[in-house]
Ligand binder design. Sequence first.
Ligand SMILES: [Zn+2]
Length: 466
Amino acid sequence: MKIAFHGAARTVTGSKHLISLSNGKKILLDCGMFQGMGAETETLNRNFGFNPAEIFCVFLSHAHVDHSGLLPKLVKEGFKGKIYTTPATVDVTRILLQDSAHIQEQDMHFLNKKRREEGKSLLKPLYTQEDAFSTFEHFVPVHYHQPIKIDENISFEFFDGGHIVGSATVFLTLTEAGKTTTIAFSGDVGRYGDPILHSPEVFPQADYIIIESTYGNKLHGAMDSFPEELYRNIQETCMHKKGKLIIPAFSVGRTQELLYALNDLELDGRLPHIKYYVDSPMSTKVTEVVKKHPECFNRSLQKLLKRDNDPFGFRGLQYITDKRDSQALNINYSPMVIISASGMAEAGRVKHHIANSIENWRNTILMVGYCEPQSLGARLKQRPEVITIFGEPHHLKADVNEINSLSAHADYNDLSQYLSCQYPAEVKRVFVVHGEPNVQNEFKRRLLKKGFRDVEIPELHQEFGI
Ligand SMILES: [Zn+2]
């Protein structure tokens, strides 16, 4: 059999790995979109490097768009098989793909308006909302720890990856001519001791491992300082300066972590009596879905559920979906906390909130996640005197603070712990994916030192016989 890497190869987006059995059956692991790679992004997303009609089935590790975002294009171009993933991933992916299609339709509409004026040919989005809807029919939800035999060649089982709600390590058992080969695909690996999710689970011994390496050379700080740091920011901004605390946050994961930390402060009787807004229709939808999947929660959260039936809800919290209610916050000058997407402040309603409050010293923009270097979030972190938002210059008078203790990705120690369930000498080869090349090289050196015999860092579209 063969394995080819059609994305997340020496980069962190576009996760797509294709296993071809000698009888011609093809299995796709993830079908992610490339993101933030400049002019190259479009070309990378237009060309799969394989024929979607030939794919027998897909295993989806988790809902993030860099792992799921091209599924509608796969279906549109002839994929007829099933997409196996966990029930929580089915629910979150539905929201994310619909949103991704919507954004593409909007962007194309805008672009084509310009192209029409310039007499240029019109462009089409990668897929439409209708394409996203037809993708949902292919989903087959399968719980963790439920071994499934698809046919005489392919069996699989999901183990909790602890990265986001529903994330899984995909463990495949493939049989060819009486010979069995096992392959473990990590998807993205979460952290041990996450406040909400299970820690990444152990999985059976594998012949081949495909592992992410986003932070394969880095150590994160301790996560438990987060509620205290958040409390300090609310005290300073809302209670002392009587201003607004604006927190850009990813809809999946970070928003729920913030709500959970605020709920924790309320249970401690320390949550300041002000208004807390979640101002993002997508964050609202995702939080509803997360609440429906307590099977993904860790033991302490399961315990908490017995005395607090809504660990993401507390006094003063309000979800905003209507755009007019969101705009009304601009002229509301009471102290408040606004949690809004996107996490890098590059798009979404949070960008308007930032533009509206950045020139007032009472307010604080609190960054709680990774930001790509060109994003508004990253520019804010530089604290320039003047910053351009929507083409308008703004004087930065508000405070910009950062809390860096949260990350959904495993650091080097977490990845080591994740692999500690394996006898390195029994693993025939480790494929290191989903990382920047310099990080991957360092992670490879560490894996070899740990006793893994053969470690490869595949290039885009590179194929290996296994
Ligand atoms: Zn992810």
